[in-house]
Write a protein that binds this ligand. Structure first.
Ligand code: HEM
Length: 118
């Protein structure tokens, strides 16, 4: 048997990454994904169980629900429940990021030039 390293849990190091474009497709009641704190959750099977109702979840379907999730002040139990719906991480595209130095001081997002002037 060679199943010693075969765990079902997904750790962040080998997490699957999803782009916002991809997540946006899962915005219907039979296929619902949410982003909370840059993590992606497939909550399709949770919709009917949610104590706050499925409406509020569907309003955020395929989008970032971090703010509304935090606004409600969910309990620790609620936060722990998230884990069972975890499917991966939000993939940050360079195009979506704000250039930290528009003047090009650090050469972002590419590596800086080598600095030699010979
Ligand atoms: C997958 C993500 C979510 C999980 C696992 C979750 C879980 C829960 C749980 C366990 C409760 C019961 C109270 C508590 O333990 O805090 C609750 C209540 C509630 N949730 Fe969520 N929730 C999620 C996402 C959201 C989102 C995105 C909203 C956005 C509007 C929301 C709105 C509410 C509201 C309004 C209540 C209060 C219901 C009441 O007491 O009348 N939840 N949620």
């Amino acid at each position: 048997m060679e199943d010693e390293n075969n765990t079902d849990s997904v750790s962040e190091s080998n997490a699957k990454y999803y782009t916002l474009e991809e997540i946006k497709q899962h915005n219907m009641s039979k296929d619902t994904w949410l982003i909370i704190h840059d993590k992606v959750y497939d909550i399709t099977s949770f919709l009917e169980e949610h104590p706050g109702g499925e409406e509020v979840l569907l309003e955020q379907a395929g989008a970032d629900a971090t703010e509304s999730f935090e606004d409600v002040g969910h309990s620790t139990d609620a936060r722990e429940m998230l884990q069972q719906y975890y499917i991966g991480e939000l993939h940050m595209l360079v195009d979506d990021m704000v250039d930290p130095c528009p003047g090009g001081c650090c050469g972002w997002p590419h590596s800086p030039p080598n600095g030699r002037d010979d």
